[in-house]
Ligand binder design. Sequence first.
Ligand code: ZN
Ligand code: ZN
Length: 399
Amino acid sequence: MDLLAEIKNLAEVEAAEVTSLRREFHRHPELSHHEERTARVVAEYLAGLGLEVRTGIAGYGVVGRLRASRAGKSVAYRADMDALPVTEKVESPWRSQTTGVMHACGHDFHMSIALGAARLLTKLKDRLAGEYRFIFQPAEEGPPKGDASGALGMLKAGVLENPSVAAVFGLHVAPSLDVGHVRYCPDVVMAGSDHLVLTVQGKAAHGATPYRGVDAVLVSAHALTQIKALLTQEVDTRNPVVLSFGRISGGNRFNILAERVELEGSLRYLKESVREQVLAILRRHLAGLAKASGAKIGLATKSIYPILKNDPRLTGQAVEILGRVLGAKRVKTHLPAMGSEDFAYFAQKVPAFYFFLGVRTPGTRGQALHSPDFNPDEAALPYGLKAAAALLAVTAGSE
Ligand SMILES: [Zn+2]
Ligand SMILES: [Zn+2]
């Protein structure tokens, strides 16, 4: 039997195992940089398969290595491990047992698919070439809480080196796509994002005499509406950009003009040049508003995650492999998402391919990621397993 046919068969055999792993992770979610139990389960499972295991990387990161009998390329697969501060509403026997924490972003799927692929490829070890690295990364959801990204820590620890990997793969579950389908982007996959902090410093005065002060609330309101209008007027509308302010605070009392207001927002873009352009526009207009109003306006920016780009050559090969293992009809292109993802750091280092796995039950509307109702369909697991195992085996040179 050819290698891909063998992978397809084994993925069906392994479906029950991968499902039980997923339920185990789902029952015991852990927040970013607290994935202690999760890391232990992952490390023990990989060691049980006979892989060489390294633990405690950048916190709770784990890497398992599988060396095939024949020489070939080194390839890597990355799964993220953390859950979210969300209280699960879905009733199931494998419901979260930790109040207020839930695998609401599907990282339980990501890990169980990675472990399933490690097990499947171990069974095929004699037929494979190359070296397979399974990277389990903590703290993908780091921001907006302000934690450091888990991916950066793993890269600093050299998980893609010694020897340097030829390709790294990863996937994210997609609740807007039916089970059995995958989607990919040929170039940009996900947006780069920045955290913006806008501060407006006015001058307090009695609410009865606003002319004696500088009203930071009023200036903030002008700033917000101007900013929204500027983006549509000054940025080429063919370049997607999103700027959302999710937090605003300021003032002390209803009848005192606010002295200071702080706004926090998220800027997202698919091109670095657009980021530069938007920040320049903001600075220019805010300086004008400051002059006109008499307020002091500050803008601080911090990059959260860079733009995630697939490698064009690897993408071509990966799409061909996915077509062979899943059927070409199930593999289609997708528009880039305005969300962001720290897999982008891996993709900056080595050729990467990141894709989306459908987890919506056909005929339903699906639920949003990060919501308490998020309930991905487990029927997607064997598709993810086939995709991951085939991408790794073929890219390493096993055929
Ligand atoms: Zn998430
Ligand atoms: Zn996620």
